[in-house]
Design a protein around this ligand. Sequence first.
Ligand code: AMP
Length: 478
Amino acid sequence: MILDKIKKVMLEKKDNIFSNEENITYFQLYTYILNLYIYLNTIKSENNKIIIYGHKSVYYIVCMLACAYSGISYIPVDVSFSDERIQDIINIIKPDLILNTITLKVENVNREIIVDELEKIMTEKSIEIELIPQIKPEDIYYIIFTSGSTGSPKGVQITYNNLDTFCNKIIAKFNIEESVILNQALFSFDLSVADIYLTLLTGSKYVMLTAKEIKDYPRLYKKIKENNVEVIIATPSFIEYLLVDRTFNEDNFRCLNTIFTCGETLTLNTVKKIKERFKNVVIHNAYGPTECTVAVTMETIHELPYKVPAGNYMDNTFCIVDDNLMRVSTQGNILIYGDLVSKGYINYPNEAFVEFEGKRAYLTGDIGYIEDNKLYYLYRKDRQIKLNGYRVELGEIESKIMSVESVSKCVATVKRNREGKVKKIIVYVVTKDTKEKLKEKLKNSISDYMFPEIKIVKKLPINENYKVDVKKIEEKIK
Ligand code: AMP
């Protein structure tokens, strides 16, 4: 399984550079993992769960792999999470330990290993011991938290078997050997699983982008150029962000040969732009929710299509069903089944996980159809949206705002561009507070990446069913 393969790569390609961060080699990576693995094996408990806190760094990757080899489930948490979300996660997980890869301390935690101590453990002189995976196929490998409509985040439990299947099905299709791979997604977002494991399984160089670097165009382009990036794994929103600058083209980025997108709709317009600027770049578009281990389909776009498929049907991992879970050949619910489907959420209602033709399945909430063996995504059935590639439940935002004492009513809506892509979240709130005061009150409860624009109103329009008329509000902000 993949942990054996990764160990082999780390030892066989030991002089390869793993990360440009201090030019860490694969052998150094191996010893850091081994040292932390030895330490973790001395503290294993029944609960067997560790939160990893921080932002993009080699130490973060070391923590993930050391947990995996030790058979401990890890929960990646990014610094951009609000204090309240971190607290919610701690309450749900009750972690044995928090491995903190940065200097900022996490509040209200029983046990935390902070970065200096972590560094000491990782860089100790290794004793002669072998790195042997302790994890079993059915064990939980990682738990990734996503937005939950009830206001509390939901932790998706992914097993070692799920991850192994993903790597064998999707990553193998890439057909990439040693390369330079760019990471955009946060480690708390499962798209990063694709870049981390593609890198490790091929002995490639990993180029991580921090949130600060992404915001700074000149620094961002310099980093991509100077590292001779060959493969970009990112959300379509990030690719569109890169394309805003006309200098993002093949004359300036000569090494770029592959773009892999996942997580939201890749529009025809974006595909056109990529093809105009990079004649020889291969585009892969993948589709899938966190609940089904990153992606379940992948489509390589050779010619400019007249519409963009979300993936190829050949893996036999999904189908379209009606509301009674019967297969249909028309447009309907996208249902995913088989080895990529998670064990379910931890301590959260699991009704979206169902049994289908004797197999474990997940009802995605996405509507789509199949044509020429290809999947086409149309829209969501519920109020889940994607903002800059991040999954957000509008219900979570409303629930956080409604928990502020001075708020009597609120509704979250979105503003979309002409292609239907969400540009921002706008909340209409009935409250005695000023906008600034409300913002201040919400700072600790709503994470940065999903923080909405606030509009204070005297009342909200009501429809004939005496419910807030969201449609009417959305019509207004079009
Ligand atoms: P996440 O769990 O953050 O990856 O979000 C999963 C959701 O993102 C899916 O249920 C879809 O609504 C959307 N999504 C993922 N990939 C695609 C794609 N290639 N095209 C359209 N929507 C996508």
